[in-house]
Design a binder for this molecule. Structure first.
Ligand code: FPP
Length: 223
């Protein structure tokens, strides 16, 4: 079985750079290169939805120099990749609070979303995103409406609303935690932890993760 929705926590860029005595931003640049080839690979395998964790709410407390470097890469990505995504039938969707980022990045991101709208595949990028924060935001929306929520209506209010259920969550970079990513959505996702640092995570590693996923017995609590 091919998953419909796969998410990746792209961890290990900093350590990849450190191993090479390079500045951390060189690791993020290598990560961006990998991210572009990995998403091509993901969509070429028939997966229709991919969510990538690029910057958490908590990551915003990193040193300004690193953040500025990352912001430069985000600008490059939105400017350079939008036309390509559109030509591949991929709609870009941003998860997270873009008001936490510089205003020009928010504008570029929204423009990319508009220009790629209507594609049959979805690439969601989490920027200024926190799973707990998204749940709290959705709760407040429900409170404002003044109506009780159901599982379905609540899921629709999350920033992933309308996307297929999350099937597979991959984290690269050795750590075995979810780090405030897709907390509600990951309830029945299969988890895959890779020892590879993100810039080293290749198409072959993706194949291994998909093969392992295909062997899992997904019972969703049933027998
Ligand atoms: C985590 O690795 C990675 C990030 C916080 C940034 C991810 C960014 C990219 C892949 C660059 C391009 C992104 C876009 C959206 C164009 P880490 O820095 O925590 O690595 P470490 O644990 O080894 O220090």
């Amino acid at each position: 079985m091919i998953p419909r929705h796969i998410a990746v926590i792209m961890d290990g860029n900093g350590r990849w750079a450190k191993k090479r005595l390079l500045p951390r931003i060189a690791g993020h640049r290598a990560g961006m290169k990998r991210m572009i080839s990995l998403t091509d690979d993901i969509f070429s395998r028939g997966i229709v939805c991919c969510t990538l964790f690029a910057l958490s709410t908590e990551n915003l407390a990193r040193p300004q120099e690193e953040l500025e470097g990352l912001y430069g890469l985000f600008r490059e990505y939105f400017t350079g990749q939008t036309a390509r995504l559109k030509s591949q039938g991929v709609s870009l969707k941003i998860l997270g609070d873009l008001t936490l980022l510089p205003a020009d990045i928010a504008r570029l991101a929204r423009t990319s979303e508009e220009e790629t709208a209507g594609g049959e595949k979805t690439l969601a990028i989490a920027l200024g995103y926190g799973g707990r924060q998204d749940i709290v935001r959705a709760c407040n929306e429900a409170v404002k409406k003044g109506e009780p929520v159901t599982l379905e209506s609540f899921a629709e209010t999350l920033s992933t609303g309308g996307m297929p259920a999350l099937d597979l969550l991959i984290r690269t970079g050795k750590e075995k935690r979810i780090s405030n990513f897709l907390l509600f959505e990951a309830a029945y996702a299969e988890l895959c932890f890779s020892e590879k640092l993100f810039p080293d995570f290749t198409g072959k590693d993706l194949t291994h993760a998909l093969e392992a996923y295909a062997k899992r017995d997904r019972r969703f609590g049933r027998i």
